[in-house]
Ligand binder design. Structure first.
Ligand SMILES: NC(=O)c1ccc[n+]([C@@H]2O[C@H](COP(=O)([O-])OP(=O)(O)OC[C@H]3O[C@@H](n4cnc5c(N)ncnc54)[C@H](OP(=O)(O)O)[C@@H]3O)[C@@H](O)[C@H]2O)c1
Length: 280
């Protein structure tokens, strides 16, 4: 018996993605392994990592220590854009599963777009990684509406999600609509705005009415729209708080009031980062 029973899933492109996952950016070493293990023991069934987080070994350790069957956990990792030429991507995909000590991952994402490598080449290589059995599904992250359209014209395999920054303070309605139009799942990163949700007055007031914290209301707002959330914490005690979001419902008025907190320029992750980046 786990603390969280039966986390709902979102279905997209043949994938069944648990609506709640654990983010692992900046978690490393023993802390990372311990948090992953505890999350799985509590009932989390989805873990998000990336080549760039330099923690796939630790995530793999946590997975094995938890005793949860491999087939019951959805594992996502991402390839960093400096590895987007077909040869680099092939090597990098093999490295990802080796680091995690798995035979395959569930979802392999392109972490950010890289305009320096033709998208057709990169997507072809990503699809090959799927055909080679290194991942069950493929997808993208930080792709704009225009880039999603471009990717879908090229792709021969379903791109099951776009993972991007999404929380009540940032208006992402256009990207969300684009994903829905194409049958892709939305995976929200920084879903609690890197902790800022906790101090928001509107979320606190609505939370008090439901005996929930502002953070829980923030996450509920997203999952109630079938948006997958991957909050990260380094504190085991917060794992339960972030997971207790499936036993209450926000009213239409509450959803509308929270939606009004959104503006176009409230990113917590620096988007300019991708444009400035020398991927090598
Ligand atoms: N695809 C991409 O480009 C991309 C970019 C960014 C993130 N991501 C993924 O998305 C995940 C989540 O995003 P994120 O890590 O940026 O931010 P986040 O999950 O929105 O917030 C994490 C922060 O919130 C704090 N926190 C967690 N639970 C809390 C609670 N119940 N009450 C108060 N504070 C709480 C954590 O501190 P404590 O550790 O002290 O609890 C941490 O500082 C990442 O870990 C990563 O897996 C992907």
């Amino acid at each position: 018996m786990t603390a969280i029973e039966g986390v709902p899933v979102v279905e997209a492109g043949g994938a069944r993605i648990p609506l709640l996952g654990l983010g692992t950016w900046e978690l490393r070493g023993a802390t990372c392994a311990r948090v992953v293990e505890q999350a799985l023991r509590l009932g989390y069934r989805h873990i998000d990592t990336a080549q760039m987080y330099n923690n796939e070994r630790d995530v793999g350790e946590g997975l094995r220590a938890s005793g949860v069957k491999r087939g019951d956990v959805f594992v996502t990792t991402k390839i960093w854009p400096s590895h987007f030429t077909p040869r680099d991507l092939a090597r990098s995909a093999r490295e990802r599963v080796a680091q995690l000590r798995l035979s395959e991952v569930d979802l392999l994402l392109l972490h950010w777009p890289n305009p320096q490598v033709p998208l057709a080449e990169t997507l072809g290589a990503l699809e090959k990684a799927k055909h080679d059995g290194l991942t069950r599904h493929i997808g993208i992250s930080n792709f704009t509406v225009a880039l999603i359209d471009e990717a879908l014209k090229i792709a021969k395999e379903p791109l099951v999600c776009d993972q991007f920054e999404c929380h009540p303070f940032l208006d992402q309605s256009k990207l969300i609509a684009a994903c829905r139009r194409h049958g892709m799942a939305v995976v929200a990163y920084s879903p609690i705005a890197r902790g800022a949700a906790r101090n928001n007055g509107v979320l606190k007031r609505i939370g008090a009415a439901h005996k929930k914290t502002a953070t829980q209301v923030c996450l509920r707002f997203l999952v109630q729209q079938d948006i997958v959330v991957i909050p990260r914490t380094s504190k085991v005690e917060r794992l339960s708080e972030n997971a207790a979001i499936f036993d209450f419902t926000l009213s239409r008025d509450e959803m509308d009031e929270i939606a009004r907190l959104g503006s176009p320029d409230s990113r917590v992750v620096d988007w300019a980062y991708s444009g400035r980046m020398n991927w090598d």
